[in-house]
Design a binder for this molecule. Sequence first.
Ligand code: KE4
Length: 432
Amino acid sequence: MVHTTIRTTQSEQIFTAAQKLMPGGVSSPVRAFKSVKGQPIVFDRVEGAYIWDVDGNRYIDYVGSWGPAICGHAHPEVIGALHEALEKGTSFGAPSVLENVLASMVINAVPSIEMVRFVNSGTEACMAVLRLMRAFTGREKIVKFEGCYHGHADAFLVKAGSGVATLSLPDSPGVPKSVTNNILVAPFNDITAVKALFEENPEEIAGVIVEPVVGNAGFITPDPMFLQGLRALTQEHGALLVFDEVMTGFRIAYGGAQEKFGVTPDLTTLGKIIGGGLPVGAYGGRLDIMSMVAPAGPVYQAGTLSGNPLAMTAGIKTLELLQKPGTYEYLDHITKKLVNRLLQIAEETGHAVCGGNISGMFGLFFNEGPVRNYKDAKKSDLVKFSHFHHGMLERGVYLPPSQFEAWFSCLAHTEEDIGQTLAAAWDVLSSI
Ligand code: KE4
């Protein structure tokens, strides 16, 4: 147990009990603080840019529930809309007009999406597009990238990122070789490697799935023309291109990375923000492909709570809030200010740090840089990251508890929050 200056008695007691009830005491591995040591704090409530733990400590939050809280936690208009929806019940298991409303908003926002299906998580969305790519092309091989994470379905747990990278379980036990021997892996930003895979597997690759901006190996941006290169290669070889925008969708632009970079994939997966903090995932894309999904077509996929009225309501309200003029400009302004000053402080205190942002998605590596792929990211100083994370936590700043995760700002972060964060960073970096 790591001693901190803030009182965390309640957190410790609750987390100790949790470890007897749930594997690692958590509902998702990255939350266990395994790679940053120390004890996770147990949340009591969240609001705006802040978290309060069960001991009453307040933190400025840069995880934002891993992306959904882009408008700030518990936004009054989202909460208000949910209260209204609750009066009508929590789940229908039948069509509701709310699905039409959110589907229309997604279709109007995301360039590649002509038709969309809602599911309950990003994992489900990625599982579904895997099946759909194979059904549409009649091929079985899939290309993914080292350090990219597409949820925990068997096929994707091959050199994955996020919690898998954090726990260094790139090929999790229980995943049969029969599933992964059709998964080909290339380094992110290496178009030559992808070209070689297509040449070595002629007419066998169903598609390429990529995080267009990587958030699960830390924050890694695409080299100029990398995404365009994937688009050209997949078209040339009759394969599909999938942008996994579970994290980047509505995060780096209202139309996601495909709007930001002007590259339109064939299929897109979404999650996080479109649920406004409730469980929602989605996949969508070209009409000719989506028309294959049951019951319109033969490709089966289903879900008891898919499209439920509460999740639809939270998603609709969140996207409405994001449509307000100046949203992404504000996120970029406040985040760029934070990142640029953090990089300066790191330099002034003698630490090798690199990083950047796109709108409200950002990250820092304890690493000389540049970090262009997962191999580069793994050269980062994880011990120093761990000390930094802990020092910031002690000073009331909550960062993702892993070097292999992106950080997130929200519309509720103020100049004052940024100032406090920078003061804490100066204190920590000048002491480690
Ligand atoms: P979920 O099944 O966790 O909703 O989505 C899986 C997923 C798919 N694709 C991308 C690009 C993702 O970032 C994710 C999930 N992201 C992680 C954060 N790095 C979720 C946090 C967690 O695993 O607890």
